[in-house]
Write a protein that binds this ligand. Structure first.
Ligand code: CP
Ligand code: NVA
Length: 306
């Protein structure tokens, strides 16, 4: 198999490539708003495999691919052979022989790795149980648009040590910021990942302490997709881990807060912050479109040259 480029975690791109991608996303956003024709990839097809629900990811990839002149195809395990036990490797060989790029949202991270290993076209991780790197592109774009470089800044994660938290750990490394993680005991991110990034990332179980002086505060749902049966238990364990006005009063005076959405008002984030007129959360969501168009462009061009 040739060295097809994939985007399974933020570590698949160098810090310099990520910086260029964010700048390109900002440029493509401006061009899109100015009504520029961005159809540089006519006839190209994106296969979108969704084993979990989605609003933002599906709409942004499908709209983005159309704006680039191509086509996006929605595939669900419910009505493809993926749901009837056809091996992921066989599916990868077949699907990648017919399309130009693949996006996968699924459970185990090994599924995107196994698919990518057999794919002749680029594979994008659109969320696994372990990572959500596309969301980080949008979050970093939002930060850069509002504040410039995030290098050297301090970021506070409040909540579960989940796929978003683990992508923030990778982002701390790739974008060079300090990350404090406020999570309840027993809900920490992967210990090997923490150990590998101990120079930039640390756990601070007390949310008000973790948020002190932070430039950016980030949260996410307490129970992720696939953990629905734990929702009630988690609501009790995480009750003190809410991003609200009191917590933000500990952060830097011009601190931003982000949430990948969907949000549960009154749980991980207060209704007051969600509905604040100056929140960047809606920009953050919109930037999924622009950041992923830059990602699609980068990977399609790389595979064309490869
Ligand atoms: N943030 C995010 O990935 O949203 P969706 O689950 O709606 O795609
Ligand atoms: N941590 C959440 C993110 C949703 C975009 C989940 O995996 O459900």
């Amino acid at each position: 198999m040739s060295a097809t480029r994939h985007f399974l975690t933020l570590l698949d791109f160098s810090p310099r490539e990520l910086e260029q991608l964010i700048q390109r996303a900002i440029q493509m956003k401006q061009q899109h708003r100015a009504g520029l024709d961005q159809r540089a990839f006519p006839g190209r097809v994106l296969a979108m495999i969704f084993a979990k629900s989605s609003t933002r990811t599906r709409v942004s990839f499908e709209a983005g691919m159309a704006q680039l002149g191509g086509h996006a195809m929605f595939l669900s395990p419910h009505d493809t052979q993926l749901g009837r036990g056809e091996p992921i490797e066989d599916s990868a060989r077949v699907i990648s022989s017919m399309v130009d790029i693949v996006m996968i949202r699924t459970f185990g991270h090994d599924i995107v790795e196994r698919f990518a290993a057999q794919s002749r076209v680029p594979v994008i991780n659109a969320l696994t149980d372990d990572y959500h790197p596309c969301q980080l592109l949008a979050d970093m774009q939002t930060w850069v648009e509002r504040r410039g470089s995030i290098a050297g800044r301090s970021v506070c994660w409040v909540g579960d040590g989940n796929n978003m938290c683990q992508s923030y750990i990778n982002a701390a490394r790739q974008f060079d910021f300090e990350l404090r993680i406020a999570c309840p005991a027993g809900f920490e991110p992967d210990s090997d990942l923490l150990a590998a990034n101990a120079d930039r990332v640390r756990i601070e179980h007390e949310p008000l302490v973790a948020a002190t002086g932070a430039d950016l505060v980030v949260t996410d749902v307490w129970a992720s997709m696939g953990q629905e049966q734990e929702q009630r238990h988690r609501a009790q364990v995480f009750a003190r881990y809410q991003v609200n006005a009191e917590l933000m009063s500990r952060a830097a005076s011009d601190a931003l807060y982000m949430h990948c959405l969907p949000a549960h008002r009154g749980e991980e984030i207060s209704a007051e912050l969600m509905d604040a007129p100056d929140t960047v959360i809606w920009e953050e969501a919109e930037n999924r479109l622009h950041a992923q168009k830059a990602l699609l462009e980068t990977l399609l061009l790389a595979n064309q040259q490869g």
